[in-house]
Design a protein around this ligand. Structure first.
Ligand code: BDR
Ligand code: CA
Length: 337
């Protein structure tokens, strides 16, 4: 949505695999006035590429998104086996609510080429990519268009974590789904912010939060309530959580309002081997750097130390996050999808 304040909206590309929380992330990206959603690209993850792409376009209709390009990307990870978490997102990838027929067209070009097009057409540094699925498209983009890497304003991704996993004790789904791609993304020169499980597990859509969203009283809020009902039941059954984590919306929220997260700059490595640790994101807290918060973990004050271009989210202002989501949904209103 267009900014109604004096500062221009941050331009973003959402690279996603809807997925319940991806769907909410897209609604937030559309409804937040500090963001301008330029394109949506899809990657296989929560379900097959075909299913997540149809879902993304159906969610566009729910949101009332009509005028931006949608393109499908990678249908398989670069190297490893394809993982599909249907115990969490169901057979469609977006089980729960009745989905409308998509109305936005699907571009004929590959997602990676669409990303390149959008990055080329906009001012260097002006577009942030928000990946909320596995990183296959983004790694392919870096390899196919190395000359465009420095034009990307940043990558704020949902994935990984520094103290726990969800697929294995060490690994989070988006990273384990394509660890080789993730390794490429973290090794590139662009600024990367990792919004991992350490913070997304602090924004659970518990029943009281859902009451707050439902009170908005629109058809879109009702759609989210139905998504969360299914997603929450999965999390209760599989993990015994009181509410499903708002993983992907938190990455979008962090771009809309960076003060929602406390981040620490530190080198981040992706384990691509390992008997128990494939897909783990390893944050080197021995060498951290926090420009705005001297209480950051293990911060150095060595003036010769160069801040790494990767940062990890270590804390979240959950109240601010929920306010942002409620505000975005209120702005979207009824779409009569
Ligand atoms: C991530 O995995 C997916 O199932 C969710 O959509 C989210 O992006 C959480 O681990
Ligand atoms: Ca996702």
């Amino acid at each position: 949505m267009n900014a109604d304040s004096t500062s221009p909206a941050q331009k973003i590309i959402l690279d996603c695999d809807p997925g319940h929380d991806d769907a909410i992330a897209m609604l937030l990206a559309h409804g937040n006035p500090n963001l301008e959603l330029l394109a949506v690209t899809t990657v296989a993850g929560n379900q097959t590429l075909e299913k997540v792409t149809t879902n993304a376009r159906a969610v566009a209709r729910v949101a009332g998104i009509t005028d931006i390009p949608f393109a499908a990307g990678a249908s398989r990870p670069l190297v490893g086996p394809q993982l599909i978490p249907d115990e969490i997102h169901g057979d469609s990838g977006l089980d729960g609510p009745q989905l409308p027929e998509p109305s936005v067209p699907l571009e004929e070009i590959h997602a990676v080429n669409l990303i390149a097009q959008v990055i080329s057409e906009n001012e260097p540094g002006s577009v942030v990519i928000i990946p909320t699925g596995s990183l296959t498209n983004i790694a392919l983009f870096a390899r196919m268009y190395p000359q465009l890497v420095e034009r990307v304003g940043g990558i704020t991704l949902m994935g990984g974590g520094h103290h726990t996993g969800n697929m294995t004790p060490a690994s989070e789904f988006n990273i384990l789904a394509d660890p080789e791609a993730a390794a490429i993304v973290f090794e590139e020169s662009w600024p990367v912010t990792m919004v991992g499980l350490d913070v997304t597990h602090q924004v659970l859509a518990v029943p009281e939060r859902m009451e707050q969203l439902k009170a908005i009283g629109t058809d879109v809020a009702q759609f989210i309530a139905e998504l969360v009902e299914f997603f929450g039941a999965s999390y209760m059954k599989e993990r015994n959580y009181p509410g499903p984590p708002m993983h992907d919306p938190l990455a979008v929220a962090a771009v809309a309002d960076p003060s929602i997260l406390r981040t620490v700059h530190a080198p981040i490595y992706v384990e691509t081997q390992g008997q128990h640790a494939r897909g783990q994101t390893i944050v080197d807290f021995r060498r951290t750097w926090s420009n705005n918060d001297p209480s950051g973990l293990g911060v150095t004050d060595d003036p010769d130390f160069e801040a790494p271009n990767t940062a990890v989210a270590v804390d979240v202002d959950a109240e601010k996050f929920w306010d942002l989501l409620v505000d975005a949904l209120t702005r979207i209103g009824n779409t009569n999808f």
